[in-house]
Ligand binder design. Structure first.
Ligand code: 5GP
Length: 190
């Protein structure tokens, strides 16, 4: 019997909105059959991050080679670094019937939406914060980065909020467990 291809789920939202926390809650729900697509990035590794788990941390040269070899499903620049989704892995996981989650920013998401516009199994979700003030507090409090980078991330976050119209579902992160439950229902009902 052929396995049914899994859904492709894009989860976007401004930096600091809590995508990572929501994703971790979702991944604990085995009934959802999820797999997380690990991105490639040129961003320096942060304290506590693990290469091959949080990201594949690569040099600019390696990233450029992946672009040239057409190995990325999408890629984008975000505050001075490049981020991209390895295409083969997404294909492999979906073929196994996994529902694959891409946690990516809006420019990359737009590329995937264009490529998969006829795919009924594409689910696009944008997570919004309760308010911009709260988002700013979260970015400032969790950040290990310089003031300059924090300012750039804040600006980017304000701009990203304007692009939520490209997504099928908007989910409010008033509480990560509640938001994860709402997303779980979206996936089950899609
Ligand atoms: P961070 O540096 O905070 O880990 O990620 C910065 C932004 O890049 C976040 O919005 C995150 O979702 C996004 N991002 C992570 N991986 C990818 C990817 O593979 N492609 C794109 N386009 N964005 C990504």
């Amino acid at each position: 019997m052929k396995t049914l291809e899994g859904n492709l789920i894009i989860m976007s939202g401004p930096s600091g909105v809590g995508k990572g926390t929501i994703r971790k809650v979702l991944m604990n729900d085995n009934t959802l059959n999820l797999a997380y697509s690990i991105s490639m990035t040129t961003r320096p590794i942060r304290n506590g991050e693990i290469n091959g788990v949080d990201y594949y941390f690569v040099t600019n040269k390696v990233f450029e080679q992946n672009i040239k070899d057409d190995k990325l499903l999408e890629w984008a620049e975000f505050v001075g670094n490049k981020y991209g989704t390895p295409a083969d892995e997404v294909r492999r996981l979906r073929a196994l019937g996994k529902n694959v989650i891409l946690e990516i920013e809006v420019n990359g998401a737009k590329q995937v939406i264009d490529k998969f516009k006829d795919d009924q199994k594409l689910i696009t979700i944008f997570i919004v914060p309760p308010s911009l003030e709260e988002l700013e507090n979260r970015i400032r409090s969790r950040s290990t980065e310089s003031d300059d980078v924090i300012e750039k991330r804040l600006n980017k976050a304000r701009n990203e909020m304007k692009l939520k119209k490209y997504y099928q579902y908007i989910v409010l992160n008033d509480d990560p467990n509640r938001a994860a439950l709402e997303i779980a229902n979206i996936i089950k009902n899609h």
